[in-house]
Each structure stands twice: as C-alpha cells, then as structure tokens.
Design a protein around this ligand. Sequence first.
Ligand code: NAD
Length: 498
Amino acid sequence: MITHQHFINGESVDGISGKFSDVYNPSLGEVSGQVPLADASEVDSAVAAAVAAFPAWSALNPQVRARVMFNFKDLLEQHKTELAELLSSEHGKVIDDAHGELQRGIDVVEFACGIPHLLKGEYSVGAGPEIDMYSMRQPLGVVAGITPFNFPGMIPMWMFPVATACGNTFVLKPAEKDPGVPHRLAELFVEAGAPAGVLNVINGVKTAVDAILDHPDIGAISFVGSSDIAQYVYGRGTGNGKRVQAMGGAKNHAIVMPDANLDQAAADIIGAAYGSAGERCMAISVAAAVGEGTADALIEKLLPQISALKVGASNDPDADYGPVVTAEHKQRICDYIALGVEEGAELVVDGRDLVLPDYDKGFFIGPTLFDNVTAGMRSYQDEIFGPVLQIVRCDTLNEGLELASQHQYGNGVAIFTGNGKAAREFAVRADIGMVGINVPIPVPLAYHSFGGWKRSAFGGFNQHGTEGVRFYTKLKTVTQRWPDGAAGTADFSLPVLK
Ligand code: NAD
C-alpha cells in the first residue's frame, strides 16, 4: 500500500491534515494506496513556495527556461514506460492508450520549448514624433491548475509546461483518484533543472480547491473536469478577481451521412466510443445516423466489431480497453444504462453483466449500444462518461446538425461524409468548439489550442498553443519618447497624431 505525498518546494512531503482518500487499482478492484487531502494551510505552503520561486524564475532569459523544457522532454521520453505503467495501474486505461496520452503531453512540452518565440512583443518605431511603442507579454505570477482523473499525465502537461515556460510558477492540484503520475512529473521537472518551488503538487479535493480559489497570491486558475464544478470554479475564481479557464464535460456526436464510407465510420466510432472505456472528454457517445437505412447499415457494421472487442485488465496487452476508474463510477454508468431502458431507448448490446474470471472485483463494463435514442431523454442529455454509444436516427443533415448544436455541451463533433460541400457547411455552422471531418476525435495538436463551447468550457481561453500563452501572460504596451531637450508645452487635449 502506497502513501502518496504532496510535492512542495522541490521535495515530497507528507500530508498533515490527517485526511486521506483511497486510490484504487481499477483492474483488481482493490485499494493500492492512500492520497493525503490537503487543508488550506498545506495549500498555503505550496503557494508560498511558488511565490518565493517566482522572482528568479520569471527574470530568467526565456531561452534558459526553454532549456529546462528540452531536458524535461528528454526525461519524459526516457521514463515513458514507467509512467505509462503507473498511469495505467491507477486509471485503468490500457498501456498503449497510456503511452498515447503521455505522448500528447510530451507534445505540449515540445511546444513549450519554442515559447520564447511567442513571448516576443511588437515594436513600432516612430509611432509619433520621437516616440516608439512596444509591447511585451509578462507572466502573471503564481498560477494553479486543477485537473481531472481521466488524463492524469496529459492534462497537467497541457498546463504547467506552458505556464512555467512563460515565466510563471505553478501549483498543481491533480485528481485524487490517480495522483501517482502528476507527482512523478514534478520530480522529473526538478531533475530537468526547474528550481524548487517552480512546480508544486498539492493533493486534495474541495477544501484544497476552495483554498486555491480564494488565495490572494494566485493570479490565474486553469481547471479541467465536470461542468458543474467547472462553473463553480469559474464563478468563485473570477469573483475573486482571478483569470480562469474552466473546461467541463462533453457529449460528442458523430453525424453519419448516407454517403459516408461506413466501414471507416464504424471502425472510427468503435475506437472513439469505447476506447479508454469511454472516459474521454472527446469520446464519441452519440452517433446521429442521417437518412433512411443509415442507422441499420451502421449497426450492422458495429455489431461484429463490438462482439470482437476485448475488455481486459489495464496491463493486458491484448485488451482494447480496461476498467472504469472506481466502483462508484461503474455504478453511475450502469444507472444511466438502466435509465435509458426506462426512457424507452432500445438496448441493443448490454455491457452491464461483464465479469472477467481473473478480475472478478475489477470495475469492468462491456461495450453498450443503444438505438432509437431521442433528444428528450435524460440519458441522452447527460454525460455518461462510460463505454456507452447511443444512436439517434435523423432524417436530414440539418436535423443532425441542430441535434448536436443544441446539446448543452459543445466540446467536439465529427461528421462522416463523402461530400465536401456538406462537410464544409457543417464545420461552419456547428455550435461546437472542435470539429472533425471524417476524423472521430478531433483533438488539436499541441501548437493549436484545445477547447469546447457552451457548458464544455467557461472563460475565453483555450488550452495550450498560442491561446495557452495568452492565458498565462498579460500584455503590456510601452510608449517611449526621448526628446531632444527643448522645453515642452503642456497639452490639455488628448494626444492625437497630426
Ligand atoms: P471532476 O469534476 O469530478 O474533478 C475535477 C477536479 O475537481 C479534480 O481535481 C477534483 O479533485 C476536483 N473536485 C472534485 N469535486 C470537487 C468539488 N466539489 N469542489 C471543487 N473541486 C472538486 O471531474 P473528473 O471526474 O475527475 O473528470 C471527468 C470529467 O472531466 C468529465 O466530465 C469530462 O468530460 C471532463 N473532462 C473535460 C475535458 C475538457 O477539456 N473539456 C477534458 C478531460 C475531462
């Protein structure tokens, strides 16, 4: 049994609140460790370390900070297998998927290596008589990140490499369900050359989050998690005068047109719906089949692939996906499946009874498929966050477009079609932040920016890419004049160019 620790001022430290939460191995269904839940005084210590580290770190030449990112990227690559195994054992995603997640995080570190280029300001010589004007991007100070359980490696790396490369110091509050990887990332960051206090990791849940939201020394907060908590974090954080970006839940639709390559669409939807047991904010959870016969043809292609899926322990190299994260989450997903049946949807494949003989206590759910789902059903409106795919039958593209656009969430959407004109119009009109055209999980690369719309994101900034740099910096514009020494005269009107 592991007792996890916080990471403050370059060192692992024990929790002192006396409160702990269990960490599970979801494949075994057994407790593997305990994570301390910080109280406000422990958050204070982490913030104090970040405050102390800020002056020297922010004063460094950005290229020197970037060198730490280069070293960090090397270390992450050297330790990828170890990190993937740790991630998989606490989260439940299969090892290949854990490698993919870590690579997406490493991509952001790679992006952060080039951040000095994005910190350059603009300069206008001769903006007025003897006047030059220039701008600079300055760090905010101490910033905090609060991250969800489903990407314990990638999502922290959406945040702290960008923030610290911009000159900020960071307090990370990772999800309490899988704290191992975030802690290891902090150790490797110090090994890469980051001074103590530049990145601190504090474990906890509401008490720790509230202490972050109210802390006077924290300038900005980046949150990723479920929508109700995202909205809470956004409201309380901005109410305290902080800059906040808060990403929330999702319900991503795949619109399948009658002219789509159905073999491709079916294979893509299987991977996007059931990969990582559906615990991805960009998972496809609804397939909107457009036109007569499309839903039946799609189901015919999905069914054999669903039967061939292998659900297994997260370290089983042959498994397509592993368990969900906790027994409570499994129960919640099963309750939604029951609700779907109660609401009148047709349960085509029921994954609730899956038991793996060698892992009979593991939190497994088989792939589940519903047909004839309608927009009024609560099981359609809510995010289920499990291996459940719901098919909605639509008559026209417009109907499919409106279905997806009117959903409360607006994270991602995909259209499968052979018609470029329809796809183009769909991409322009969809009221959703990330669109895939014959691409099931349109997650932007590190040098683009990730973010949804509506209840999938609160606040105006996306994650990573140039949007990330804007979020973690503030723009200052300087107007300078070096007059030749002649006496000036007072001017009482607003200065304008003549
Ligand atoms: P969650 O909202 O339960 O937890 C997110 C963070 O908030 C964690 O650090 C957690 O400790 C903390 N937290 C939990 N309860 C809290 C409370 N009452 N007050 C303050 N903080 C609290 O989310 P989760 O279950 O860890 O993650 C899954 C959710 O995250 C899904 O809804 C998923 O769609 C969403 N998600 C969204 C994105 C995105 O970019 N839009 C990406 C990944 C995950």
